[in-house]
Design a protein around this ligand. Sequence first.
Ligand code: FMN
Length: 129
Amino acid sequence: MRSVYEALERSDHVVMAAPIYFYNVPAQAKAVIDRTQALWTRKYIRQDSVQQSSAMPDRKGFFIGVGATRGKRLFDGTIQTMRYFFDAIDVKYTGTLVYGEVDEKGAIREHPTAMKECFEAGLEFVGST
Ligand SMILES: Cc1cc2nc3c(=O)[nH]c(=O)nc-3n(C[C@H](O)[C@H](O)[C@H](O)COP(=O)(O)O)c2cc1C
């Protein structure tokens, strides 16, 4: 986790991109999120800064997700997780791009809007640094 903490502390922006497994991010991503409890403690218990001074003051967080089904509430739980994850690492949660019915390898490339929307969101991120 040390290198991940360092990256989270010095990044100008943070993007979490993950498929949905059992209505949340996969275990590997969730393990990282869980370990950021250390940063939550630094922020709320020790009332110390999470980010390094070299990072942007108003850094932003974005979540990109895919799932196989098309349930209306497919991403609800994960978005709630993201809210608290970004808050813990002291990043403002500013955007979500999620796509259902994405299952087969490479399927996202066939999606009518996903690639364009993610590219444009990336440009906005770069533009806002
Ligand atoms: C263990 C596992 C759990 C999954 N759980 C869900 C789920 O709860 N809801 C859903 O819509 N899709 C679910 N899926 C489908 C994946 O989100 C979908 O296939 C995705 O495109 C997989 O991305 P990946 O190939 O990068 O793992 C699951 C897939 C796996 C392997």
